[in-house]
Design a protein around this ligand. Structure first.
Ligand SMILES: Cc1cc2nc3c(=O)[nH]c(=O)nc-3n(C[C@H](O)[C@H](O)[C@H](O)COP(=O)(O)OP(=O)(O)OC[C@H]3O[C@@H](n4cnc5c(N)ncnc54)[C@H](O)[C@@H]3O)c2cc1C
Length: 215
């Protein structure tokens, strides 16, 4: 990679003599890599097998009149520096921290999470206000924890204890206790009792939500 990422990589890439680079796959990682390489003066070609770019992070019409992402549903991992540097918002990029989401249950009930930049609004008749408040507290703390952890992803790794200490400094004691030792399923159970709301939140990991460390 070139650019902000690492000086060592920059040195390595400056020694490359050939100026043409081919990238297989126009997912967002391929596209971002292409942007940095083009900025560094390389002649970049991207080869995509589908007739649409974006990989798993696209919007497709899955049935007439219904558009959704067939893969990623929750946007948030693309670094702000990348969207700013390449003016992605000018090209139509919008961030929805809490997307619209519907979880359908076999008994024909559903939980519908309405989009909001702040707190999601829920539609489920049996859901108590207290449970919704607990859910919102969990997500507020997770977002605060993400703000602590995300900068660490670009630095040399620090020990787990160091990460936990940083979280405790911000008052995020529950997450500090759970982050490396609990499953996402158990972590949700610390905040939320309602079974359907727990199931709805389970959908927020692409890993096994019962696996230790999936928080
Ligand atoms: C079910 C699921 C849900 C997810 N939900 C989220 C989420 O909510 N939020 C989130 O941030 N992340 C989510 N992720 C992860 C996110 O989708 C990936 O991290 C991201 O898509 C990776 O981007 P990528 O560019 O590396 O690969 P991809 O997005 O997979 O793109 C790869 C591209 O390469 C193309 N390709 C593959 N093989 C070839 C070939 N031989 N020749 C040419 N082209 C080829 C593919 O068609 C595709 O366009 C989810 C992943 C899955 C599987």
């Amino acid at each position: 990679m070139y650019g902000d990422f690492a000086r060592a990589d920059k040195c390595m890439i400056s020694t490359i003599q050939r100026r043409k680079i081919g990238i297989i796959g126009a997912g967002h990682n391929g596209l971002v890599a292409a942007l940095y390489l083009a900025e560094a003066g390389f002649e970049v070609s991207i080869f995509e097998k589908r007739d649409i770019v974006g990989g798993l992070c696209i919007t497709e019409e899955i049935m007439p009149g219904y558009k959704t992402s067939p893969g990623a549903s929750c946007f948030g991992m693309l670094r702000q520096q990348i969207s700013e540097r390449f003016h992605l918002e000018e090209y139509g990029l919008e961030t929805a921290l809490f997307p619209h989401e519907a979880v359908l249950f076999p008994d024909k009930s559903s939980i519908i999470r309405h989009a909001s930049q702040q707190e999601p609004a829920y539609h489920l008749e049996h859901l108590a206000n207290e449970e919704i408040a607990n859910n919102n507290t969990m997500w507020k703390e997770l977002i605060e924890a993400a703000a602590v952890i995300e900068p660490l992803l670009l630095q040399p790794p620090i020990p787990k204890k160091g990460v936990e200490a940083l979280l405790r400094e911000k008052g995020l004691y529950t997450i500090a206790d759970a982050i490396f030792s609990e499953s996402w399923h158990d972590f949700i159970g610390r905040y939320i009792q309602d079974e359907k709301l727990r199931i709805e939140n389970l959908a927020f990991t692409i890993d096994d939500p019962f696996e230790l460390g999936s928080v």
